[in-house]
Design a protein around this ligand. Structure first.
Ligand code: ADP
Ligand code: MG
Length: 345
């Protein structure tokens, strides 16, 4: 075949594949936007595992009518202006391509009312075409509805698993964000039935109870590792969270969650550090539950590794590793309830 420039809608659909892999990736991008908008309440509705409908409603800062169409444009963002801003990134979004990507592979309706403004407005996007902005009734905040995801991308549709699998991916993701943001009230419904919610009272323990149940939550001990170094020195990570007592374990590593500057990340290195703290306390094949929040100066981080933003790089990886190991170990050893130690004291 000769080399040809792809038609813009084809190019957009191909590029969207990097950001939007399945319904849970749409949910992720939408709730990250709600969090960046300062929402304290986020509601997620799913129909048919998100393929028929994903709706995210927040009470965040909203979007003005003039900016509504821009929000759907590729590389349009209110969060980054120059390449230097990437060094100090504090928001979850920064690439300005999530909404554009979603609009390339689904029908999107964006309804929003900016905080303090009298009137809401609405814009629709379908196959890359953005409609005119019209007035619409809306509470303060934003509601984004994504319909018929991938219906125009049969190649992607083919790879999706069952409806229940897609729901459980969305559910797991929302649990992770709820753990990272205990001050936000999350409500999640599938086919109109509530499947998960958190009180939004700011307590990580309350979210642990919702995610793992009271019995397991009570088996978790608090990690508070900020006393080793001067916390004002951002070079040293501050490590906080919860880890399970050795008597409480799982057969997979799925219940170990990491948040770096409140971004949910996956990392082999971080997992190894936490598990290292259980050295000689857990038999092999047994894995702890953990929720670890790492706070670090953003200039010691690269979050721009992959469009999905769940991978990061640390400038001083060994320091982070050591901080986690130490903080988790300290929590486990200080825990008076641990049966192995009780008999000795
Ligand atoms: P990014 O988050 O990387 O900036 P997005 O495509 O996800 O890119 O969103 C584009 C822009 O639309 C954001 O920068 C923000 O200004 C606006 N926006 C998107 N969702 C919301 C929301 N829920 N509340 C307020 N503004 C939003
Ligand atoms: Mg975003």
């Amino acid at each position: 075949m000769p080399i040809r420039q792809l038609a813009p809608d084809v190019a957009a659909k191909i590029a969207a594949g990097e950001v939007v892999e399945r319904p849970a990736s749409v949910v992720k991008e939408l709730i990250e936007n709600s969090i960046d908008a300062g929402a304290t309440q986020i509601r997620v509705d799913l129909m048919n595992g998100g393929l028929q409908l994903i709706r995210v409603t927040d009470n965040g800062c909203g979007i003005s009518p003039e900016e509504l169409p821009l929000a759907l444009e590729r590389h349009a963002t209110s969060k980054v202006a120059s390449i230097d801003d990437l060094e100090q990134i504090r928001s979850l979004g920064f690439r300005g391509e999530a909404l554009a990507s979603i609009a390339a592979v689904a029908e999107v309706t964006l309804v929003s009312r900016a905080r303090g403004s009298e009137q809401g407005s609405q814009v629709n996007a379908q196959s890359g075409h953005i409609s005119d902005v019209t007035p619409a009734a809306s509470p303060e905040g934003t509601t984004i509805t994504v319909r018929n995801l991938f219906s125009a991308v049969p190649a992607r549709l083919k790879f999706l698993k069952s409806r229940n699998t897609e729901i459980s991916h969305c559910h797991h993701l929302l649990e992770q964000y709820a753990l990272a943001y205990p001050e936000i009230r999350f409500t999640v419904a599938s086919e109109g039935k509530q499947i998960f919610s958190t009180p939004g009272d700011g307590k990580l323990f309350s979210v642990l109870v919702q995610v793992y149940g009271l019995q397991i939550a009570e088996q978790m001990v608090e990690v508070d590792g900020d006393d080793e170094h001067d916390a004002s020195d951002g070079e040293y990570p501050i490590v906080k969270g919860f880890v399970s007592r050795p008597a409480c374990y799982k057969s997979t590593r799925q219940h170990i969650s990491f948040f770096v500057n409140r971004r949910w990340v996956m990392s082999r290195m971080l997992t190894t550090a936490v598990e290292g703290a259980y050295h000689s306390l857990l038999l092999s094949g047994r894995h702890p539950l953990a929720v670890i929040n790492i706070q670090i100066d953003p200039s010691f981080l690269d979050v721009n590794v992959h469009p999905a933003k769940t991978e990061i790089r640390f400038l001083k990886e060994r320091r982070v590793f050591a901080a986690i190991l130490r903080a988790a170990r300290k929590a486990l050893l200080q825990e008076p309830e641990m049966p192995q130690w009780k008999s000795k004291s």
